[in-house]
Each structure stands twice: as C-alpha cells, then as structure tokens.
Ligand binder design. Structure first.
Ligand SMILES: Cc1cc2nc3c(=O)[nH]c(=O)nc-3n(C[C@H](O)[C@H](O)[C@H](O)COP(=O)(O)OP(=O)(O)OC[C@H]3O[C@@H](n4cnc5c(N)ncnc54)[C@H](O)[C@@H]3O)c2cc1C
Length: 530
C-alpha cells in the first residue's frame, strides 16, 4: 500500500519517503486480483500497459471450478475468459486484471520511482514517532548498518500491514474476528499441470472431500506456478513440507514431480481498525483492515484508501484543505472497510458451506446415482458461489454516505448491491463513466483538482462556484460536455467532482451559497445541503 500511496503522492507532485524494513523481495505472492476500480486508478496514473505486460499469462482462462480432485469428478464451474479476452463492463473504461503481487509490486515501485521527489528506502525500519503541532518526528533504523536516523515529516501514513506498529503506537484497537482460520499456503512449480488431468483449465480450483471444502489451487502466473491453500479451521496446526506435498498430491489426484517453492502459514481474520489515525498520523491498507482473501478485496480496498488520502494530504499541505478534510478520511473509508471485510467473510462461509452440510457420499462414486448426486450438489454450489464471482457493486458501488465533505442533495441512497452496479452522480458516489470519444472517458477528466462538469448546449452559469474556488485557492477546472449519454448518466446540469473521482455536489442551477459549497467540499464548512 505504501507503494501505491507513494505513487499517488508522487503523481500529485508531493515529495515523500517510503521506508520498508524488508529488502523488497516477495517470497510468496498474496494478492493476484486487481479489481476494476484499481485499474481505473492505474489508467489515471497511465500505467495500464505496465500491469498488462507484468507477466501473467493473459491468455489463460479464468474459470472457477469445484471438484473432488483434478483427476476426480468435476462438480461445477463458472466460466470466465482469459484477461486478454475479457471485455470491459459498460460502467468502466477498464476491466479487472490478474497480476500477482510479485508482478504488481514492481509495477507500483516503478511508478513511484518515476517521480524524482519520491524516495524508496528498503532495509529501513520505522521504530517510533512523535507527533507534534507542526509535524511528525519519525525514528528510523537502517537495517543494513543498524544506524539510527530521524526525519521530520508533515504527515506519516502507516502502510505497515496487519501487525502495524504505527497502529499499535497510536493505541488503535481493531474490531471483528481475530481468527477465522489457520490457513497454510504453498507455492509449487510444475510446468504442464493441465496435462496431468482431464479438466479444462481454470484459475481457481476448489477441492471438496467427504469432510467438505478443504483446499484450493490457483494459477498464480497462468503458467507453471500454482498456489495451494489448505484452508484449515480454528485449530492451529504446523504443517510440514511432507504434509503440504501430500495435500498437493491429494488435490491433483496422482503423484507427480513438482517443486515446492515456499510455504506460508497465516491467520485469516476479519478486523477493522477502530480509528484510521490522528491529526497527522494515519493508517491505510492492511494496517486498517484485515480480510479473508475470498473475493480479492484486501489490496483493492487499500488502494482506494491511498487515493482518498492522497488528494487530502496534498490539499492540507497546499493550504486549501480545511481543518476537517483529513478527518474525513476515516469517516469515508472505514465504513467501506467494514463493508468489504464483511462481504469477504460471507464468501468464505459460502465456500466452506459443504463443511456444515456435508456432501452426500454418492458424489465420490461412479455410476448414474453418482452423476445425479454430483449434478444436484454441483448446481447448488455453483449458484451459491456466484455472489463471490460477480462483484462489480463492491468494486465500483461504494459511496461516502454522511461524509462531512459531501453536500447531500436529498435523494435516497442507492441500493448497495454486491453485483449490480448502477452508475449515479449522487453526491458521495463514484462519478460515472461515459465514453466521450475514442478511448476518452469522463473518468479521464478527473484526478488533479476539482472538476465542475456543465452539461448541455446551454449549461447554467458557474461563475460563483469558480470565484469561490479561486477565493479559497481550491484548484477547479470547468469542463463543458455536450453529450447525450453522458448528460443522462450525470442526471444534473452541474456536477462537481473531487480529485478522487467522487461527486461532491450536484444541481441544476448554480447554488446561492457557492462559498459554502466550496468550504464544505474542502473540509472547512458546515453546509449540509445544496
Ligand atoms: C492468500 C492471499 C490472497 C490475497 N489475494 C488478494 C487479491 O487477489 N486481491 C486483493 O486485493 N487482495 C488480496 N489479498 C490481500 C492483500 O494481499 C493485502 O491486502 C495487501 O497485500 C496489503 O498490503 P499492505 O501494503 O497494506 O500490507 P503488507 O503487504 O503487509 O505490507 C506491509 C509492509 O510494511 C512493512 N513494514 C511493517 N512494519 C514496518 C516498519 N516498522 N518499518 C518499515 N516497514 C515496515 C512490511 O515489511 C511489509 O512489506 C490477499 C491476501 C492473502 C493472504
């Protein structure tokens, strides 16, 4: 998350320093699913081709499959095209991507490094900090020389993972479930796994035995590297390499000569920090929320944190951000964190449902009775699992209800549906995508400062808003759009969009209280209506 925030800040021209206590090597990739909203940010940062060419086999089909073993019985599958063949959802100029962490981290690091004012320091640990009125005094230790150093910063953001020392020093607790499962992941290498069995290729295989769901295998690079996950339960077990090898053989259903590259025991949790920071020190990413990976929301939620925080830090440093701006980070992002980790646990429970209602023994037997039992069981599982596979609403439909820097317009909140996502310009929502020209999206207008969109042939005047923004030093550009589809999507003649691409205010006439609106959206006001 530190790399994404550094990239976002670098892109905004803000000097920053990333300290990472490790050397940057990723021994075992965790995330591999880059959601559509994250790809929209990559589009803004102009790094989409870097993600696409990072190394995942983009011709590898992305089916999800449930089965007794790779050489056993297939119970069902949800078909998905390869990343190359997948089309964009109509609501976005981008599509989701597959890019495991050991490919994605270097992309983000390259992006962050492309700014001369961003410094990445590896083997450097933050060991403490003191917050004072004018900034933060941070203590670092260079892990190669063991030398202590100190730096003065205006702000510190702890993107330091689930065991966050920053969160700890701030005394912030977490609420939720500290233990869902003790899980063991192992990466193994085998070129040509598909030749060992008769099943069609897939990205994720979910293995169901007489005891219920017990493991998954995912195609981590779409070529020769695979990740086995022995899901486990609430009992801690220490698995040896022999246990892991036996599990791989059980999942594949036959002996073969593979190489175990790494084994990682980890605890699956559902936790969200009770606060997201103080005046000058914040937490983001896994430091703020820990989730079951079922759904692939963890990093994607963290990158949204980084984008929400990025422009607020810029505004505060530049002086146009008001005193309530940075506090809105927690108010906007924490509810999204809670929503996403909750959904992920629901996905876990659905995946593990066959542990509660054990599969009938016939599904493991040959013959017509077995075929019939497999069809009934498989169809039910396929239906139940669809909620995890179709999550456009989770990725694009989050909105900042009740945020003090959003001006509500009195319209009811849209339904927050996991898979169904209807674009809206309602204040607090992600501003809609519409194609304005070839490969030119409305989303391409957003990012740097505020943007006031004026729709139609004779749009209402906006002079008062422009003058109010100038008076407060708020960067604001006005863009006139005469485009029927975009006008329809945006629902109002005037729509004010924030630097992170969320609507801050909308109306059909210029507001009387233009200065009040500008003060509210920059975190300095008390206006609660437009
Ligand atoms: C099996 C698995 C699969 C997943 N799949 C997905 C997926 O498909 N999509 C998705 O969005 N998410 C996924 N996730 C979640 C995702 O991996 C995490 O949300 C994400 O990696 C969190 O990033 P982070 O930077 O916040 O934390 P981390 O990745 O934990 O990074 C924190 C960094 O801070 C450093 N650090 C800690 N303390 C200090 C200190 N004091 N000084 C300096 N450095 C310090 C650490 O060395 C570490 O490098 C998955 C997770 C798992 C376990």
């Amino acid at each position: 998350m530190g790399l994404a925030l550094a990239g976002e800040l670098g892109w905004r021209g803000i000097p920053c320093l990333v300290v990472e206590k490790g050397d940057g090597t990723i021994t075992q990739p965790r995330m591999d699913f880059v959601g559509v909203r994250t790809m929209e940010f990559c589009r803004r940062w102009d790094i989409v081709p870097w993600v696409e060419s990072a190394g995942y086999n983009r011709d590898y089909p992305q089916d999800c499959v449930w089965l007794t073993s790779l050489t056993g019985y297939e119970l069902g599958r949800e078909r998905f095209p390869s990343p190359r063949q997948e089309t964009n959802p109509p609501q976005s100029p981008q599509k989701r991507e597959r890019c495991p962490q050991d490919f994605f981290d270097p992309v983000l690091a390259r992006f962050a490094r492309s700014f001369a004012h961003v410094t990445l320091r590896y083997n450097c640990e933050l060991v403490g900090f003191e917050e004072h009125a004018g900034g933060v005094h941070a203590k670092l230790v260079d892990r190669l020389s063991d030398k202590e150093e100190s730096v003065e910063a205006s702000y510190v953001v702890g993107c330091d993972g689930g065991a966050s020392a920053v969160r700890e020093q701030l005394g912030i607790g977490m609420s939720g479930s500290p233990l869902l499962t003790y899980t063991t992941n192992a990466i193994f290498r085998y070129d040509g796994l598909e030749r060992l069995h008769d099943k069609a290729p897939g990205y994720r295989f979910i293995f169901i035995g007489p005891e219920g769901t017990w493991a998954t295998i995912v195609a981590i690079n779409g070529r020769d590297r695979w990740r086995l996950s022995i899901v486990g339960d609430e009992t801690r077990r220490t698995l040896t390499e022999a246990d892991v090898r036996a599990a791989i053989v059980r999942a594949v259903g036959r002996e073969f000569d593979f190489e175990v590259l790494s084994i990682m025991p980890w605890i699956r949790r559902q936790l969200v920090a009770e606060r997201y920071g103080t005046g000058r020190v914040f937490i983001a990413g896994d430091a703020a929320h820990l989730t079951s990976p079922t759904g692939g929301f963890g990093m994607n939620t963290g990158i949204q944190d980084a984008v929400d925080l990025g422009w607020k830090l810029e505004a505060s440093l530049a002086g146009w951000g008001g005193p309530r701006l940075l506090a809105s980070y927690e108010l906007e992002r924490r509810p999204v964190g809670i929503r996403n980790v909750t959904e992920a646990t629901g996905n876990l429970n659905r995946m593990l449902a066959p542990r509660v209602h054990r599969p009938p023994g016939e599904i493991f037997e040959t013959g017509p009775a077995g075929d019939q039992a497999r069809k009934v069981f498989g169809d039910h599982y396929t239906e139940m699992m669809r909620r995890e596979w179709f999550t456009l609403g989770i990725h694009l439909g989050y909105f900042y209800e009740g945020s003090p820097i959003i001006v509500p317009d009195g319209t009811p909140a849209p339904e927050d549906d996991v898979s169904r996502y209807i674009q809206t310009s309602r204040p607090g929502s992600r501003a809609p995508h519409a194609w304005l020209g070839e490969d030119r999206s409305t989303l391409d207008l957003f990012g740097r400062g505020f943007v006031l969109l004026r729709f139609g042939a004779n749009p209402p005047r906006a002079d008062r808003l422009v003058q109010a923004a100038q008076r407060r030093g708020v960067p604001l550009s006005v863009v006139d759009i005469e485009h029927e589809a975009a006008s329809r999507l945006y629902e109002r003649c005037l729509v004010l969009v924030r630097p992170d691409g969320h609507t801050a205010w909308r109306g059909d006439r210029e507001p009387e209280s233009a200065l009040g609106i500008i003060d509210t959206v920059r975190g300095a006001g008390t206006v609660s209506g437009g």
